[in-house]
Ligand binder design. Structure first.
Ligand code: ATP
Ligand code: MG
Length: 439
């Protein structure tokens, strides 16, 4: 986030909606051994500051409250009586490493830490809620091994659904607390569900766990699954580099995820430190400029590796009117275009070329979470359950500057986290690749 984005946020923007006053003693201390001092309860006034640089803080209007997040974590007083609660979980959008870890983490936290007896898993995303298909009954027993697998045991879907119909389904199953795991589209849907419930006077806490393999949801240090994804992407780059280095005129072209944000491409580049050119959506480039630099690099070095995020260079492709079921625009295939342009350029100039094109997208999406992400998913799930029990709604759990926080859905969906072309991450990439700032 750049300074202007941060300065535009006020304390009011960070306020979290609550269903009502909290009067129920938490069973957490009892379940964890009966000693109250084993639990560090969150003090509501202990806010997590939005700004972490003095440079920004001093530019704020004097006398006004500094914007700060409501902290994540256990509350001593709850809104819901845990043993009488029915909780539900739904996963939506594209696959991302860690989805099953989040589902398992929610179930274990609900059942073991709070003693919740009824947990439902709605299948196939919002579609399952709209069609009122029979939900799975989730227990610690039947989620025992799911974190070892990629994908989501609940299934997922795209496509718009009517919030009123989905709320009817939740009412029929007497759900008090809905955990929604999904990306920007899903969170917009979750907001509509929370609004519909509030408008109808229904006591429903809607808590999101933001899922974005591209790391493009704002006000989150890093999204779950992102580290697993770029680690797997780095393996593909290493393979492409080995191939390229072993053949005459070897060029490895690796297409990675990143529809609007080039974080996976940037981090995977830095993990290997053997990429020559990294192309991301945030930094436009000319094909001719890239080809000239690539040609020079191959002549000097004997080989080269190009990493391209799927959303990069879209202005070089004919605009597409196509959308997916959720209305997201279909991207043009920048990988195919670059492959064709590189092949044509090397043929025209009579330069030997051995091009290997790799698109590991589906392989990256479907791997199980690594140990770091597994820990992160567990802790996000725990924070989400604490939030739901306290009666917070229309919010997602997130990690900001190393602390768990509650982030209003409205803020999570209002903008996009992108690589700042003038920031230190992109500078690291330029330093590691040696590519020019502009082609
Ligand atoms: P990703 O794009 O990272 O895979 P996503 O959550 O953004 O994840 P989408 O397919 O865009 O994935 O949306 C998932 C679900 O959310 C779909 O059922 C879709 O209909 C619903 N949805 C998307 N946008 C909205 C919106 N503006 N309002 C209500 N529901 C929405
Ligand atoms: Mg999306």
């Amino acid at each position: 986030m750049n300074t202007a984005d941060v300065l535009a946020i006020t304390a009011e923007d960070l306020a979290i909606t609550r269903l009502g006053e909290r009067g129920v003693d938490t069973p957490l201390g009892e379940l964890l051994g009966g000693r109250e001092d084993t639990v560090h309860y969150v003090t509501e006034t202990d806010r997590v500051l939005l700004d972490d640089t003095l440079g920004v803080a001093v530019r704020r209007e004097p006398g006004r409250a500094l914007p700060a997040f409501n902290p994540g974590g256990p509350r001593a007083k709850l809104y819901f009586e845990p043993t009488g609660v029915t909780a539900a979980i739904v996963t939506c959008g594209g696959l991302c490493p860690g989805l099953n870890n989040v589902v398992r983490g929610l179930v274990l936290q609900l059942a073991n830490a709070y003693g919740v007896k009824s947990i439902l898993g709605f299948r196939n995303g919002f579609l399952g809620l709209a069609q009122d298909s029979e939900p799975l009954v989730l227990t610690p027993d039947n989620v025992r091994d799911i974190h070892k697998r990629g994908g989501t045991i609940l299934g997922t879907s795209r496509g718009d659904q009517d919030p009123a119909v989905m709320i009817d389904t939740l009412r029929r199953h007497e759900v008090h607390m809905l955990f929604v795991v999904g990306g920007d589209g899903t969170l917009r849907g979750a907001q509509k569900l929370a609004d519909e419930a509030l408008a109808r006077g229904i006591d429903l806490a809607v808590v999101g766990i933001p899922k974005t393999i591209d790391n493009d949801i704002p006000w989150i240090d890093q999204s779950f699954g992102f580290q697993t994804a770029f680690a797997r992407a780095a393996e593909s780059i290493a393979a492409a580099h080995t191939e390229a280095g072993s053949t005459l005129g070897g060029v490895g072209l690796v297409k990675l995820m990143g529809r609007h944000s080039g974080f996976i491409a940037a981090y995977a580049t830095l993990a290997n430190h053997d990429v020559d050119f990294t192309l991301i959506p945030e930094v436009p480039f000319s094909a001719e400029g890239l080809l000239a630099c690539l040609h020079a690099r191959v002549q000097r070095q004997g080989h080269a590796v190009v990493v391209v995020a799927e959303g990069a260079g879209q202005d070089l492709l004919p605009p597409s009117a196509e959308t997916d079921a959720s209305g997201n625009a279909r991207l043009g295939d920048i990988g195919a275009l670059l492959r064709q342009r590189i092949t044509g350029h090397f043929a025209r100039t009579g330069t030997p070329l051995s091009l290997r094109y790799v698109d590991p997208g589906y392989a990256i999406r479907s791997v199980p979470a690594n140990a770091f992400d597994a820990v992160y998913c567990t802790r996000l799930a725990q924070a989400a359950v604490h939030a739901g029990m306290a009666g917070f709604t229309s919010m997602v759990v997130a990690r900001w500057h190393g602390r768990f926080i509650h982030l209003p859905i409205a803020l999570a969906t209002a903008s996009r986290n992108q690589v700042d072309p003038h920031g230190d991450l992109w500078l690291s990439v330029l330093e590691a690749t040696g590519q020019p700032r502009q082609f």
